[in-house]
Structure formats: C-alpha cells, structure tokens
Design a binder for this molecule. Structure first.
Ligand code: GLA
Length: 385
C-alpha cells in the first residue's frame, strides 16, 4: 500500500516524499453525546485509516492532493482565517493554523492524502484526517507533543477553524488507541484506561452498518443538541444538582416537574448513558458480552427517545438486529441523524444479519446499506521515510 502511495506522490509532485503519517477512524462502543457533557465514553479505533505523505517546501505554500476526491487544493501560510468556506481544504488549513497559534515556525509542504475511513458515516473520518495531519506536520518540523495535547489541538482546529463544535472523543481515541482494546475516557478529567476486547473468546465481532443516509442536517442538529444539553446542565447546576456523571436517576427525577420536559429528557439520556458506559466497561473486563449487548440496545433507545438523534433507517437496523439470533446488541454510532450503527454479533450470524437487513432495507426504499466487520486498530503514527 505504502509503495503505491509513494509512487502516486512522485507522479503528482515530482519528488520523493519525506514523511509518512496515518491515523485511524473509530467506532464508539458506548457513551454517545456524553463527551461534550464532561461524561464517559468507550470508543475503539478501527483498522481503516487516513494515510498521508509529506515533503517540505522552501516557501509558505501548501499544496494538497486528495486521492479519494481526486482533487487538489492549495493555500498560503500567511493566509489562514478560521471558517474560510473552502470545504475539505479547511481541515488541512485548520491544522496549520492551530500549530501556528501554538507559536510553531511552519514551512510550506506538499501533501498527498488517501483514506479508507468512509466519509460522513459516523466513523470519524474528520478526526482521523486531523490527527494524521497533526502527527505528520509535527514530524516534518521535528517537534513532539504529548498525545493529550495533540488530541486537544485537533479538537480546537475543528471547533474554531472548521466551525464544528465536536467533543474530544474522536481525536483522543485516534491519538491513544491500542489494538484489541477499547479506551475508557473520563472527558472531564481526561483520566483514561484501556479495556480489553476479548471478543474472539466467544466468536464475536463488531459489525458496522452504514445506512448510506447523508448526514446533511447533522452539523446544525449536533450544535442544537449541545446547546440544549448545556441549558439542562445550567438549570441543574444552579439548583445544586451533582454532575450528570455521578448523580442517580431518582435525583434527577425529583426535578422532573420543575424542568422543561425536553431538557429533562436530554439530561436523562446523559445521566443514564454515563451509567451504561461504566456498566459496559465492567462487563467487558469480565468478558460478559451479553450484558454489553443489552447496554447497546438500551443506549440506542435512549438516543432515539430522550436525545432524539436517531432516524428511521437506524431504528430499522436496530430492530432487525434484535430479531436475528446471534446478535447480542446494536445501536447508532457517532453523532446520529444518519451515518452508521454497530452490532455486536456472533461471527457465524454476520451473513444472516447483513442479508436480512439489506433485503428489508431495499423493500422499505431505504438507501442500499454498506456493511463490514471491524477490529480494533492502533493509534496514529508518523515517521521519516
Ligand atoms: C461526533 C463528535 C464527538 C461526539 C459524537 C457523539 O462524533 O465528533 O465528539 O460528540 O459525535 O457522541
């Protein structure tokens, strides 16, 4: 793979690349819409990655070519303004911008990008691009940063340059993932632990089901949910309520009559989802996969009913999954409003699940889904060639 990418680089830029970097996409086992609420998450990287090749330039010009889009673009380091409307190039500009803000001396570069993390599928292709860019650029200028800081800079670029107010989960897992494990993260303290994923003990795998529903509304709806969650938290905080990470459901319920019903449901999702993350972590530690499966179903119904970030195509898949024997659990993954779901399923039931879901999806006039089995991949890296 690397050899043919190097060949492409030479064809496009007429010189040899000097640095290679890459970063993974992710699934999130559980803990959805909790990261920006100072809660718990439990993601795992996948083996699909964004790959980048780099050569420095002597001036301040950056030339970028995306193999996936078959499109090139360029910008000048003197000319970086947050929220410029230059679509995908914004992500690249944002990373140069964020390191410049850190006071780094940057040079121009030629960059080739190729990835197999599907775009807009809820598998975090953007964080994988941001972190691949950060690692590559830091290698190119021969600088090292602690992983937590790299994750935060990726998030800052997306929040402040690209204008998407994401939490820290996706960047964090891209920087710190270890293969065959999930990562438990407390997004308030940044305390993290690796959690074993011994799925093969019971011949289980995670299946990704990409609904093919474009997430065109996702960004505005995502920002809307962030606002609602903030309002709910402010309301509770003013009344001396403990954090939605440590409180019990009956404590929240005692406020049900006072708080706006919509904000109550948003808060209930955050509180119960945090509890499910802790339960799933404990269940994985003792290889209790049927409990993990039940928690996935419970997470989905909370995301659907309380947080309202699902869509008919995702609900349909979770229904189908629950009717296939050998499927232990399923839920939407990522921001929602389209994109993908995951299912925890016995290896020998994978085909039956894909067949049934695809057949029924087409009968319902839903887009043709794409499905694949994922295994837990490793963190971002960069090296000189
Ligand atoms: C997107 C964001 C994450 C997280 C999830 C929802 O993937 O980038 O920070 O908020 O949605 O859990």
């Amino acid at each position: 793979m690397l050899e043919s990418l190097i060949h492409r680089f030479e064809q496009i830029f007429n010189q040899k690349p000097k640095v290679y970097s890459s970063a993974p996409g992710r699934i999130n086992i559980i803990g959805e819409h909790t990261d920006y609420n100072n809660g718990y998450v439990l993601p795992a990287a996948i083996e699909r990655r964004t790959h980048l090749l780099w050569a420095p330039k002597q001036n301040e010009e950056v030339l970028v070519f995306s193999e996936n889009l078959n499109q090139g673009g360029k910008f000048n380091l003197k000319d970086l303004h947050p929220r410029s409307d230059r679509n995908w190039l914004k992500y690249v500009e944002g990373i140069f911008w964020v390191l410049k803000e850190e006071g780094e001396e940057l040079t121009g570069a030629e960059i080739l990008i190729q990835g197999d993390v599907p775009l807009e599928a809820g598998l975090s292709s953007s964080a994988s691009l941001e972190i691949g860019l950060l690692q590559g650029l830091l290698a190119l200028i021969k600088r090292e940063y602690p992983p937590q800081q790299i994750a935060k800079l990726g998030q800052k670029a997306e929040n402040e340059y690209v204008g998407v107010h994401c939490g820290l989960m996706d960047q964090f897992i891209a920087v710190l993932a270890e293969s065959s494990t999930a990562l438990f993260l407390d997004c308030e303290t940044l305390h993290f632990e690796y959690v074993p994923l011994r799925l093969d003990k019971e011949n289980l795998v995670f299946l990704v089901y990409d609904t093919g529903v474009p997430r065109s509304l996702a960004k505005s709806k995502y920002n809307e949910r962030r606002l609602e969650a903030q309002q709910a938290r402010d309301f509770l905080e003013k009344r001396g309520f403990p954090s939605l990470k440590t409180a019990y459901l009956n404590q929240l319920e005692s406020f049900e009559k006072e708080i706006n019903p919509l904000l109550f449901r948003r808060a209930r999702h955050i509180l119960t989802e945090n509890q499910r993350v802790l339960m799933a972590k404990r269940a994985l530690e003792r290889d209790d996969f049927s409990t993990v499966g039940e928690l996935l179903y419970a997470s989905h119904s909370s995301l659907k009913n309380d947080y309202e970030v699902s869509c008919p195509e995702l609900d349909f898949f979770v229904d189908i999954a629950s009717s296939v024997s050998g499927c232990l659990g399923a839920r939407l993954v990522g921001a929602g409003f389209g994109g993908s779901a995951i299912a925890l399923v016995k290896q020998d039931a994978v085909e039956a699940l894909i067949d049934k879901a695809t057949r029924e999806a087409l009968k319902n006039n839903f887009p043709k889904p794409r499905c694949w089995v994922v295994s837990a991949g490793s963190k971002a890296s960069a090296f000189w060639l």
